[in-house]
Ligand binder design. Structure first.
Ligand code: PLP
Length: 356
């Protein structure tokens, strides 16, 4: 079995509407221009001024002492867990968390931490659920060390943790002497949707990262932030994993560009997601989960289409929407316009009307 990504299906037309993921955005000419003008140095050696500009700015944005530039969000999660935990420690996270479902088993393979899957509607769990998961401190029980939350909760439906609930679960964790970690792949979507500054949103989290490739439009890059001590320790893992880079400022410049230009406009993505959800809900047999940010999950089995069937039919019309665990997930982002949403709805209505 080979695990390389699959290529587009034979005979598929070029993609004209890409609702597959906010990771599919391409850098714009203006972003590339910013990259070309970036001042560069050796990041690994501490000499890249553009990386410093980005990490300083992110530390300030997130209200943390220090920050670190990394190639991907997955590496942020891996390094955070390696830094917080020892082998055999337990991380408590929602059962749909990215660290459980989508990181290739890295926490078993690399961190040696085990993950306790917490239940709860739409990717969130309650303080009661978390309290019920506290284990006795005996030599039988795994040592519980870290609480992890996703803001927004991806598989939950792009759901925003209400600040009170976010703080309530963090309080429980800190009361137990655990650390708290936020997977903020789409943190800025949550902040824009809730109208809450990032530093306030993450104040009770010891470590937090956000992805520049999810809706912010950069080609790669993520920033992990925390205390100076935490980031200092995390640097050892960055080095060990091969995540220390060289003239990384060429990419950090794209991330800085996205901070300047692509945050406020996330509100447009949320409006487009709501418009899409409204249109989908009018199709007979479709069940649509009310979106809070840029993700729209819907179930089409009531209209006689599995997620895979509708996804494949749309791909043949140049529209990409992923099938994810029996549901479809449409994701709006900066390359998706309001007319494209109407266009996609027309195509979906046509496919459903024609049947198989
Ligand atoms: C995409 C994603 C990640 C991983 O980020 P990459 O940059 O793709 O490695 C982690 N957590 C969540 C919630 C995500 O959506």
């Amino acid at each position: 079995m080979v695990h390389a990504p699959s290529r587009p299906p034979a005979g598929a037309p070029p993609v004209r509407i890409n609702l597959y993921s906010d990771t599919q955005t391409l850098p714009t000419p203006a972003m590339k221009d910013a990259m070309m003008r970036a001042e560069l140095g050796d990041e690994q050696h501490g000499d890249d001024p553009t990386v410093h500009a980005l990490t300083d700015r992110m530390a300030a944005l997130l209200g943390k002492e220090a920050a670190m530039f990394l190639p991907s969000g997955t590496m942020c999660n891996v390094i955070a867990i390696l830094t917080h935990c020892r082998k055999g420690d337990e991380v408590l996270a929602h059962e749909t968390a990215h660290i459980l479902s989508s990181e290739g088993g890295t926490h078993a393979a690399l961190t040696g931490a085990q993950i306790y899957p917490l239940k709860g509607a739409r990717g969130l769990f309650t303080p009661e659920t978390l309290r019920a998961a506290i284990r006795p401190r005996t030599r039988y029980a795994p040592p519980q060390r870290l609480l992890e939350v996703e803001q927004t909760a991806n598989i939950g439906g792009g759901i925003v943790w209400p600040l009170e609930q976010l703080n309530a679960v963090a309080d429980i964790a800190h009361g137990q002497g655990w650390a708290t970690h936020m997977d903020g792949a789409r943190l800025m979507n949550a902040c824009v949707a809730a109208g809450i500054p990032a530093s306030e949103m993450v104040a009770q989290y010891d470590s937090v990262w956000l992805d520049f490739t999810k809706g912010l439009g950069a080609p790669l890059g993520a920033v992990l932030a925390g205390s100076s001590e935490f980031i200092g320790e995390a640097w050892r893992w960055k080095q060990r994993l091969g995540g220390s880079m060289r003239q990384a400022g060429i990419v950090a410049a794209a991330c800085l560009y996205s901070l300047d230009n692509n945050i406020d406009r996330l509100a447009d993505d949320h409006a487009n997601a709501k418009a899409l959800a409204r249109g989908l809900a009018q199709i007979e047999g479709f069940k649509v989960e009310a979106p809070e940010t840029n993700l729209v999950f819907f179930d089409t089995t009531g209209a006689g289409f599995t997620a895979e069937q509708l996804s494949a039919a749309l791909r043949m019309e140049g529209i990409m929407i992923s099938g994810l665990g029996g549901r479809l997930r449409a994701c709006t982002h900066l390359n998706v316009t309001a007319p494209m949403i109407e266009d996609a709805l027309t195509a979906i209505r046509g496919i459903v009307a024609r049947g198989h």
